[in-house]
Structures are given as structure tokens and as C-alpha cells.
Design a protein around this ligand. Sequence first.
Ligand code: ZN
Length: 577
Amino acid sequence: MENREIAAVFGEMSNLLKILQEDPKWQFKAAAYDRAKRSIESFPERLEDVARDPHRRLTDIPGIGADLAAKIKELVETGKSQAHQELLAKVPRSLLDLLELQSVGPQKARLFYHRLGITTISELEAAARSHRLRELPGMSAKSEENILKAIATLKRASGRFRLDTAMETAEELSRYIRGLKGVTEVTPAGSLRRGRETVGDLDLLVTGRDLAGLPDDLVRFGGIADVLAKGEDKVSVKLSNGLQVDVRMLPPESYGAALMYFTGSKEHNVALRDRAKRRGWKLSEYGLFEGDKVIAGRTEEEVYERLGLEWIPPELRENLGEIEAAEAGRLPKLVELDDIRGDLQMHTTASDGKASVEEMAAAAKKLGYQYILITDHSKAVTIANGLDEKRARENIHRIHAARKRVKDIKIWAGAEVDILGDGRLDYPDDVLKEFDIVLASVHSRMTQPGEEMTARLLTALRNPYVRILGHPTGRQILRRDPFLFDLDAVMNAAKQLGVILELNGNPERLDLCDRHVKLARDKGLKIVISTDAHHPDHLRFMRYGVMTARRGWMEKKDVINTYPPEKLLASLRKLPA
Ligand SMILES: [Zn+2]
């Protein structure tokens, strides 16, 4: 059993306790499950290995006491937890689906269930459409509207997985396949390889010598819920997280052509096939052919070269000008993860982060970074324990003190200051001027009409202390649409004022998205790629931000956190004297 499956069981138990509320003590139990879930999600080793190792104790893991350790053991050994099953037996399981909706938490699910007998999303939708929800305490016409919107978003999202889920699953499965007999290469293809923000199915391509035994070995992978098809050269499975994976076994001679074919995009492939046809050739997943003769196919490079093209990075393969650029030898030299020298958005225990300034700095140093910017929330974001002016000043002192303890990395004192409803900032100028770098973001009143939101953002950008605009569109992938506003106007103002736009690399956000990054590039704007880390492990989200920047054609010079520290500071808007 994988860590995420164990974490998911604990998450469900917490939600069930909160929905049932049979005993006032259950709120503490639920909080303990939540804590354990977070701890397990960020635990770097497989819990199953720890549980089976007689020299290790699960209780050494933060948030895991004796009771939870016993439950983990039970899950690892039997695949089930008795306590979980007992809770599940008390309510219809479909009630938990309601929690997938933005704005529906366990309290609301409980309310809908007890007062209206709602047990499924479609029953909830019917109740919202017939205006029965607004009669309930704490509900209004507006909340009905929000629920209908959330249902629509969820329907659009169903069957799609976030980039990080797909990536982690692909890496786990690839590791397993690499260990099997005869395998020499495993590569994820499809939209994952192109770095798209969501992925439908996962395509894994495998090559090697004598893969006859592979299908049988493959279906023994632990995370499989269902084997959909098992042939000689293709195995399709559904994993326990719902993701479908197609594993294809290919001969080495056509591996490159197959990789191109299954990486896509469809539009890119169609354009390449036309190009081959114009030269009297045929391009397919089996190779580039002149008549019956294969003229290229072993590697992608070889196929592109025969077609008169530079090799095109997968992130660009959308037929949006990359083929023309490759023909002219003018492909951008895309930014790489190794180019990144620092991270300019992260939170600490001062607001809603899980680690101290020192811990974040030490983790950043391990990644080879030269600088970080600590950006705890401001007071308006009460749910994130935002800092008032006094606590913000204390936090600056704390950051300065940390500089003495963690050497060889610059620790800048910043803040993620909330942009209030009218565009004013959540701190007065005399506090703002004490930070090294101020990042401003919207976290409230996200459903404002477009003109109001545009005016709000433009007002915020005009504040001379704002140097970075955080997660500019506010969207959350598969959960929340971007705010309505005139992005073009905001980008133009940012360019004119010298405000840098953030590409938030948290895989829940990826905001700006790839298209917007490309727009920024076309306007000559520079960006910063940040992780918005709330835990040292989250610093690793940088890879997703970099993939998105690459999809937006960004080069190293376009991304300010590839610069050395002095150059980065010099590239930011000048502060008032
Ligand atoms: Zn934020």
C-alpha cells in the first residue's frame, strides 16, 4: 500500500467523523487524522517499508501516535482498516463525493444530509436548482449559485488528474517497471511528457530485450485496482487512484518514432505527418518510411533531423509555431530546472506554513539555491493566520535572526500582502517599506465583476512597494476558475510599472497558466517562478512551474529567479526614495 492511499484513508476518516459528529470528542480525533494525513503525504519513505522493518517505529513519524501506528500496520497488512469500515457503514459513501466540491466542507455535507436527505452530487444539484438549499441556515441564493458552479467545474474536471498526481504515479510505476527483467528504457509520453497541467490517461513506453514476461510481471504492481487489458505489447490498468495507465512495449528500432507519436500533441503530429508526406515519405508510430524502407525511427532526434528540423522539446509540441521555429533554427532555449537559483514565495509557521524560517532556508540550500524570500500572509487572510503590523515586524526580526544561523544563502524578508477589495494593500506604506520585497495577491472577494477586479489589480500595482503580483488569476486547477478581469490591461500595467508577474508553481495553481505565460513572453514581460511552499517538501514544486514556463516558451533570461542575487534585486521595480 502506498503512502497516498494510507493518507486518503485517514482523510476520509476525518471527514466522516466531522460529518457524523456523534461525540464532541470526535473533533479532536478528526484533527489528529488530518495531522497524520499531512504528515504521511510529506513523508519521504514508504510507510509500508517502515511498518515492516522490525528496527523502525511508526510512532517516530511526526503526528503518528500508537493508535494511528496500529491502524497503519492494519492497512499495510490487510489492505483495510476496521475503524474506517465502521465509519463508512454509517453514511452512504457517495456523501463523501460532495466534499470534492469547492465550498462544500463536512459541515455543509452534514447539513444537506440531515436536513434534506441529500446523499449524492446529483441530488445536491437538483436541490440547488429547485432553490431548496437557500432555506437552510447559513445558505443563500448566492451559495446555491456557487454550488452549481462548483458542480459544473467538477463535471468538466472528472477523469482528469493534476500534473503532480500523474507525475508521481508515473515515476513510481516507472521505477517498478525499470526493475523488471529485460527492460532497458521506460518513458512517460502523452500530455504528461508535454507538461500539461492536467492529464487524462498515462502512457508509458517501454523497450528492452525479450519483454515476453513483462505483462505478467507488470500486473503484480501493488497500486493496481483493475487490469483492463493484457496483451503481448500493451497492458492497460486502472490504478487505485483512478488513473488509467497504458503501458506499451516497443522494439528499440522504432522507439523514437513511437515516443513522438504517443507524446503528441495530435496537432503537432498531424503537421509532422504532412511534412513527411510532402517529401514523399510516411511517418507513423513505427518509423519514418520511404516506401517500405525505414529511414529513421530509433530516436526522436533522428526523425526530426530527417524532416529538416531541430529536435523540439515536448513542452512546445502543440503546433503553435514550434515547427516553423525549428525549421528556421530559432527554437527558444527553454529555461531549465537547473537554472533556478532561488524561490520568492514561501510561508513559515509565523502564518500558515509548517516549518520555521531556518528549516525553509536549510531546505532551499540543499537545492543549491542562493536566496529565498519569506512571504507570510498579512492580516486580512485570517484563515491563514495572517500577520498584523506588529507580528509582521516581529517576523522581519525573526528572519534577520535566521540569517545568522543559516549561512551561505540570502534570506530576504518579504510578505504576501493581501490586495483588499478596493485594491488597497493590507499594510500601510510605513510597514511595506520595511520588507526587502513585497508580493501582493488576491485571496478574497474573488467573484467580483470583471471591471471591479481589473480596477482592483491596477490600483494594487500602482502602489510603489508592490514588486511582484502573486498567482495573478487566482485559479485552482480542476477546482476554481480564474477571476474575471482584463489580463491584457494588467500585463501592460505590470510592464509599464516594472512589476514582475508570478508563475506560481504549486501544482494546484500553475498560475499564470501556460497560455498566459506565452502572452507575457510575447509582451516582453519577465516572470518569477515560485513555489508558494508551506512545507520544505513543497520547494520541489519548482519543477512544475518550470514545465509550465517552458510551455510558455520562456528562456532563462525571462525568469528573474535564474539570476544571481544582485542582478535579481536590480531587475525589480525601484522603491520610492
Ligand atoms: Zn497566496
